[in-house]
Design a protein around this ligand. Sequence first.
Ligand code: ATP
Length: 336
Amino acid sequence: MNTAEFDSMNAGLVAIEASGLGMRYRRGWALQECSFRLPAGRVCGLVGPNGAGKSTLLSLAAGFGEASAGRLRVFGADPRTRQAREQVGYLAQNKPLYPRMTVTDTLRMGRELNRANWDQRRAEGIVRAGDVPLHARAGSLSGGQRTRLALALCFGKRPRMLMLDEPMADLDPLVRHEMTALLMAEAAEYGTTVLTSTHTLPELEGVCDYLLVLADGRVRMAGEADELAAAHSLVVGALPAADSGQQRKDGAATGPVLPSALDPHTVVEAQVTGRQFSALVRRGAPLPEGPAWSVSEPSMEQLLLSYLRSPEAPALLMPSADLPEMPAAQLKDHAA
Ligand SMILES: Nc1ncnc2c1ncn2[C@@H]1O[C@H](COP(=O)(O)OP(=O)(O)OP(=O)(O)O)[C@@H](O)[C@H]1O
C-alpha cells in the first residue's frame, strides 16, 4: 500500500481516546483529567518532563493496570480486553527480554504468544538487518541489538499501533539514528500508528507528525506538529515606554508592559531583559510585524519549553485531538 491508501484506511479511525482519564498512586495523581484523541495512522511523540505521566499513560493503553478515573479506549475497545491487546505492540522502558533466551528462541516465543498474527519473516528480517547473531543470548547483546530484538518482537505481532516508552534513551547517536529509520520504515510500510515517548524533543524532530504533550499528569498540547507550531508566533522587540499607561497583560499592577498589539492574543510566556521582550503567543488574530518588534514562527522546542514553563497558560488541543464533552454517565468507566 502507498501512503494515500494508508491514509484512507485510517481515515476517521481513532487509535486512542481518553476522557477524563486519571490514575492515582499512593503518593498522588500520576494522570489527571486527561482528555484527548490520537487519530489512527499518526506517528505521535509523547513528550513531557520526568514524572509527567508518560509511562503511566502508555502502560494503561497497553492494558496494564486499571485507571482510577475516566475512560480509555484503544481502537474503540477497553485496553484490558483481548481485542485491544491484540492490536497493540508495547515496548516498556526497560525493554524486558529473557536474558538467557537466544534470539531465535525469543522470536519463537513471540510466535507462540501471537499465533494469530505473527509475521516471522518480518520479525526475523528486522533482526537480520542489524546483524544480530541468532544464537546469541538476549543478555549478551549490545543496547542497540537488544532494542532491535525488542522492536522485532513488537513488529512481528503486526500491531495496528506500536507504543514505545523512551525506546532510544540508552542508545548512542548512530544506533538511535538506525533505530529511528527502522521505526519510520516499518510504520510507513504498514500504516502502523506509533506513539513513542521521550523527554528530549530533538530526538523526535522530523520523525513525528503528531504531538501529545503532558506535564504534571495533564495534557498541555495535542495535535499535528506543524499546525501546533503554526498557531503560535514568537514576538521579539522593544518594550513600549513605561509611561504609556498600558496594563500588563496578566493584570498585575507593576512590571513590564507588553505592546498593546498583543492584547488579542494569548501570551503563553513572556521574558524581559532590560527594555527588550520576547513573547510566545497563541494568535487570536493575524499578528503583523510592528514598529518595534519582529514576528516569527517558533521552533517546536521553543513552543514546548514555553508551555512546560507556563503551567498557567491554557492547554491547546487541535480539533483532531479534541474530544467533544461527554455526558458524565458515558464518561465513567471509573469514578474518581
Ligand atoms: N507504580 C507506581 N507506583 C507509585 N507511583 C508511581 C508508579 N509509577 C509512576 N508513579 C508516579 O507517577 C508519576 C508519573 O510517573 P511516570 O513514570 O508515568 O512519568 P514519566 O513521564 O514516564 O516519567 P519519566 O520520564 O521519568 O519516565 C510520578 O510521580 C511517579 O513517581
